[in-house]
Design a protein around this ligand. Structure first.
Ligand code: GLY
Ligand code: MN
Ligand code: MN
Length: 363
């Protein structure tokens, strides 16, 4: 199924109108991919999508022209004569454009200075958040891709729990995860895979090290796959050998909080309140200070995108958003537990996309 780029552009055009600009220069590679399907932007090429009320034009580095012609759905594709914003001004001239927006959150100061120089007579305005809010609500194509990516994560978890042995290093395990995901359809990992064992598991985003896993360790595995640009994200924590009483208690508390928060995912739920569902359970158990990050985040073309399920966020969940639910308890010098699922908000609740067991595995 092809995404409907026209629908996406229609939504953007409404927002362009509200922002009182004639044209938007889209420079973020993810946003360009979202609006046009152009793969050229993924490779670090110089690329810009120009959207106005009626047309969309992609201007791209010559080296990626062939690839872009194959993937992009836009009205016009043209190559830079040289990587200069003068090319864009030339394209805009004659169309009577007066006010042009650029993505202020995705343009460097240097690029901005060059834009201003070239644009001279045309008014340039920085605009933020015109495209990203549209991306929060996924269409069927996107949900299918994220579901496929989540399934690769589940298969990978099965594989890795089958081969985990004391003596393997965290780095070796992370390489196994990444290699397995690539072999099973991931174009790349969603982010640097996290394998954190023993006391390292008390660091939420630990970098895999040469530490060998030992009997008695918690091992936190946090990873995801990218399929056609769409990310997945999941975390499971396992124990090597028999779990101690304290490990079981902490695990059970994180799981209770995670399930309660999952059950509370529904359209209209305020992100801040969802975070509080898990946070209150963990705090009541005396571990409030040990849940050191927010409950979750949106996932799509970026692994971390809006909405953020966090204390301060008053935004509401809506049908077809895809978010993670990932509470944790981290105790310095002891270890930590995080359990993370990826869920899509449905009309009346949620569907969990990551299906790996959450029973505490003793390997
Ligand atoms: N590994 C990043 C995250 O779970 O958000
Ligand atoms: Mn994760
Ligand atoms: Mn996450």
């Amino acid at each position: 199924m092809q995404p409907s780029y026209n629908k996406r552009l229609d939504k953007l055009r409404e927002r362009i109108k509200k922002a009182e600009i004639d044209t938007l220069l889209v420079s973020d590679a993810r946003n360009i991919f979202y609006l046009s399907g152009s793969n050229g932007g993924y490779t670090g090429a110089k690329v810009m999508l120009i959207v106005d009320a009626n047309t969309s034009t992609l201007i791209i580095d010559k080296r990626y022209l062939a690839e872009t012609m194959e993937s992009a759905v836009v009205d016009t594709i043209t190559a830079w004569t040289e990587p200069s914003y003068g090319d864009i001004v030339a394209l805009l001239k004659g169309s009577g454009v007066k006010k042009v927006g650029f993505e202020s959150t995705h343009v460097t100061v240097k690029q901005y200075e060059r834009l201003v120089k070239e644009f001279d007579a045309i008014q340039l305005v920085g605009v933020a958040g015109l495209i990203e809010p549209v991306r929060e609500v996924k269409d069927r194509h996107e949900i299918t891709k994220i579901t496929d990516a989540a399934a690769i994560g589940d298969t990978t978890f099965d594989y890795i729990t089958g081969i985990l042995r004391p003596g393997m290093t965290e780095i070796e395990i992370s390489i196994e995860i990444d290699f397995f995901m690539r072999k099973h359809g991931a174009e790349r990992p969603s982010f640097d895979t996290i394998v954190a064992s023993g006391i390292h598991s008390a660091v939420p985003h630990a970098t895999p090290s040469s530490k060998k896993i030992e009997v008695g360790d918690f091992v936190t595995l946090d990873f995801g796959a990218v399929v056609d640009g769409y990310h997945s994200d999941m975390t499971r924590t396992v124990v090597i050998g028999r779990a101690s009483g304290k490990q079981k208690d902490i695990y059970a508390k994180v799981l209770e909080a995670q399930i309660a928060a999952l059950d509370a995912v529904v359209p209209g739920k305020v992100c801040r309140d969802l975070d509080a569902v898990a946070r209150d359970i963990i705090a009541e158990a005396g571990y409030g200070e040990n849940f050191v990050h927010s409950l979750g985040h949106g996932v799509g073309l970026d692994v971390h995108e809006a909405p953020t399920l966090a204390k301060g966020n008053e935004a509401m969940l809506a049908e077809a958003m895809v978010v993670t639910v990932e509470p944790g308890i981290y105790i310095n010098g002891f270890g930590g537990v995080r359990i993370e699922d990826l869920v899509v908000v449905t009309r009346s609740g949620r569907e969990v996309l990551t299906l790996s067991t959450k029973d505490l595995l003793e390997l």
